[in-house]
Design a protein around this ligand. Structure first.
Ligand code: CP
Ligand code: NVA
Length: 313
């Protein structure tokens, strides 16, 4: 049966552990300077991106090339955004049915999660969600790898997310709870993680015998935290809300005062891109507690692990 990664919940605990071990092995190889192998020789990775990207695009392109595969990058302006139809030149199903004749795996960054679902339901090749409005599962895998890198034992850690209950927060919640970490999030009223996802979080917390809290007060979420995480206040596609959000989210900035509420050895994380002076201050993101660029590096190792797993295992 083909495998998809549409949300982090598509992964079992053993999938996650296998991916982590493979990603960590890729990191060791990377450090030894072993950058090229033929594991995926002749394979093609099609990448449909409706939104901008630095880390995800580069991670998939570099991972594919270093494993011997060919990445084919397709921006929305090339394949979707021309023509009168809101969706572009042709339906997403037709795009998928064409691409599966050329490529072995489809990677998609889209505005609406339903597009990821349609692709996954239509094509016979694996589909990887490279970010949508609701989830960012490849980010969460890299986040787990980065936490393991810096914290060794993950079970029992407290992860605090401060800010918008967005795609990154939702996948981080799924990942943290599945790994047996406690998860607390503080968001302004009306900007919490969507209620149906809160329900999935509560269920995961029960299953994995850990705790979850949906809060409004940043210091309450960060109290005693081992990991303090934030993301932009304005995700891609929400640009029209920038001013309203700037005011509402101002008290949710991660700054040295807020970091003091966390444990002394807490790490600071951010998926990036960061908006310095908005959701985080320079003296936090550039501090010795910050692991944001290690997180970015993990994107590459995790993507290699995903490609090898979905294409060969
Ligand atoms: N964190 C992340 O997904 O970065 P990009 O948007 O640059 O890919
Ligand atoms: N929440 C952000 C994440 C960017 C990687 C967005 O969706 O724009």
């Amino acid at each position: 049966m083909k495998r998809d990664l549409t949300t982090y919940l598509d992964l079992s605990l053993s999938d996650v552990e296998d991916l982590m071990q493979l990603a960590e092995a890729f990191q060791q190889k990377h450090r030894r300077g072993e950058r090229k192998e033929s594991t995926l020789d002749g394979r093609v990775v099609a990448m449909i991106f409706e939104k901008p990207s630095l880390r995800t695009k580069v991670a998939f392109e570099v991972a594919a090339a270093s494993l011997g595969a060919t990445p084919v990058f397709l921006s929305s302006s090339q394949i979707m955004a021309s023509g009168n139809d809101q969706r572009g030149r042709e339906s997403i199903q037709d795009i998928g049915k064409n691409l599966e004749r050329f490529a072995d795996i489809l990677v998609a960054r889209v505005y609406h999660h339903e597009i990821i679902r349609e692709l996954a339901d239509t094509v016979s090749k694996p589909v990887i969600n490279a970010l949508c409005d609701r989830y960012h599962p490849t980010q969460a895998l890299a986040d787990l790898m980065a936490i393991r890198w810096h914290k060794k034992e993950t079970r029992g850690l407290r992860v605090a997310f401060v800010g918008d209950g967005n795609n990154v927060a939702t996948s981080l919640m799924h990942m943290s709870l599945m790994a047996g970490m406690e998860f607390a999030i503080a968001s302004p009223k009306g900007y919490a993680i969507p209620v149906e996802e809160q329900a999935s979080g509560r269920q995961l917390a029960r299953t994995h015998n850990t705790k979850i809290s949906f809060l409004h007060e940043p210091a309450e979420a960060v109290a005693g935290a081992d990991v303090v995480y934030t993301d932009t206040f304005v995700s891609m596609g929400q640009e029209a809300e920038k001013e309203t959000r700037a005011t509402l989210f101002a008290p949710y900035q991660v700054n040295p005062t807020l970091m003091k509420a966390a444990k002394d050895d807490a790490i600071f994380m951010h998926c990036l891109p960061a908006h310095r002076g908005e959701e985080v201050t320079n003296n936090v993101i550039d501090s010795s507690q910050s692991i944001v660029f290690d997180q970015a590096e993990c994107r590459l190792h995790v993507v290699k692990a995903l490609l090898v797993t979905f294409l060969t295992k």
